[in-house]
Design a protein around this ligand. Structure first.
Ligand code: HEM
Length: 424
């Protein structure tokens, strides 16, 4: 597609072999096209903060050497095998609170309220608060004026504004529209809260002498500013994605009681009535396969992209540097060419015993390569845990009109998700 409204030319790729070739041929700093409004915030409006130290602008809306240096500093702490496992117990506690909260807000028909997605957002923010800031934000019971409430409101405002600013005519480029001013205020709030928590982490390290969390690891290894910016970036991309995935998984499970039963049996056997501890989720392959299957058929990020940093041959054509290449994961994940009986929901296809071979690049919900999702391990821990807890607590039903999916900007069930949750 030729460049629209000053954007670069775009090429949509539906062939998994070509996706593989482009990803595997990436150079040291792949460029993922990203939000111009955030780019403007980091590199123009708040340039003084984000370029006060070398390579301190984060990974979102950052490219080239600056991205590469920042990512290197954060990757070890975020992607190591133990990074997520250390949060098993606290993440499980948050999931328990979510289940309790749902028990309170169900109506007399045992149905979740119209704004159930908002409740899932609270769970997601509470979980990420633990991981990125070492703190329980208290999202389920935050009170007016508290710092947690300010953060919750700021994150909500960010999501509300970002879609409008990115997808509609960019008037904000000409003058600071009301929407843009709200957006900037929200980003400023998120940043100031993350900075305050980093100060707290610094004090704790001084007191205890060693680091005990992702935040403290980052502060120790890379400095306070890197830790704060990493937390900011996690808040910007780690909440909507995870909550949309959970909403979609619960909705898909609601029409598949047999899948719920298998997960229930698997979890009961693995946990034997104990609280969840590191390693338990590894005994639940069917749960993990179910999550993979939902993300194959309904990936929350339907297509991921790169702006080519060099001329590249794709499908035999020479595609010039600068072109935006969009990999159509939704289309490939649902294509018969790559998945046998693609329209059938079949978690078994991901299990080792029964796995049918499929192209490794046809379903990539977390992206791939040097720029792949930095929060994948945390996202999986959060999602597996909360789905496990929900299935342990309830039989999930849905008795209303079927929901279509729409892009908002994540691929999400469109309409109130009124699940009927019956106690087990
Ligand atoms: C279901 C949940 C999630 C999905 C489906 C998802 C998906 C993605 C995708 C597709 C990308 C782009 C990868 C690429 O370009 O190859 C990405 C990047 C990223 N994700 Fe996630 N994500 C999720 C949750 C999270 C969470 C919870 C966090 C933080 C704790 C997070 C942090 C990031 C960051 C920082 C990047 C940018 C990496 C970079 O550019 O270097 N994500 N994610």
């Amino acid at each position: 597609m030729a460049g629209l409204l000053g954007r670069p030319d775009m090429l949509f790729v539906f062939d998994a072999n070509e996706v593989e070739r482009v990803f595997r041929g990436e150079d040291a700093a792949p460029h993922r096209p990203s939000m111009p409004s955030l780019n403007y915030y980091k590199h123009t409006l708040r340039k003084d903060f984000f370029s006060a130290e070398e390579n301190c602008a984060g990974v979102i809306a950052v490219h080239g050497d600056s991205w590469s240096a920042f990512r290197t500093k954060v990757s070890r702490a975020a992607l190591s095998a133990g990074a997520a496992a250390q949060y098993t117990a606290p993440v499980a506690e948050v999931a328990d609170c979510f289940v309790e909260r749902i028990r309170k807000i169900r109506d007399e028909n045992m149905e979740t309220p119209e704004d159930f997605l908002n409740e899932i957002h609270k769970w997601s923010l509470e979980s990420l608060g633990l991981i990125a800031l070492d703190t329980r934000l208290g999202c389920f019971e935050a009170c007016e004026g508290s710092e947690s409430q300010r953060l919750i409101d700021a994150v909500k405002t960010f999501f509300l504004c970002v879609g409008e600013l990115e997808l509609r005519a960019p008037w904000w480029r000409l003058y600071p529209t009301a929407m843009f001013r709200r957006y900037v205020a929200a980003l400023d709030t998120i940043l100031s809260v993350t900075l305050r928590h980093v100060d707290k982490a610094l004090e704790e390290i001084k007191l205890n002498g060693s680091s005990k969390s992702l935040l403290q690891d980052l502060v120790t290894a890379a400095g306070a500013r890197v830790a704060a910016v990493a937390a900011l970036d996690m808040f910007l991309v780690g909440i909507d994605t995870t909550s949309t995935a959970v909403a979609s998984i619960l909705y898909q499970l609601s029409s598949r009681p047999h899948v719920q039963e298998k997960i229930y049996e698997e979890a009961t056997k693995a946990l034997q009535g104990r609280p969840m501890s590191p390693g338990d989720l590894n005994q639940m392959p069917y749960l993990k396969a179910t999550v993979k299957e939902v993300l194959r058929m309904y990936p929350v990020v339907i297509g991921n992209g790169r702006q080519l940093t060099k001329d590249t041959v794709i499908c035999g054509y020479n595609i010039p540097k600068g072109t935006q290449v969009i990999f159509q994961h939704y289309v490939m994940g649902n294509s018969e060419e790559y998945f046998k009986d693609a329209s059938q929901f079949r978690p078994e296809r991901w299990l080792k015993r029964t796995a049918q071979r499929h192209h490794a690049f046809a379903s990539l919900p977390f992206g791939y390569g040097k720029r792949m999702c930095l929060g994948r391990r945390f996202a999986e821990l959060e999602i597996h845990t909360v789905i496990c807890k929900m299935i342990q607590a309830f039989k999930i039903e849905y008795r209303r009109e079927p929901l279509e999916y729409h892009i908002h900007p994540m691929y999400t069930p469109n309409g109130p998700i009124r699940l009927r949750l019956v106690e087990r």
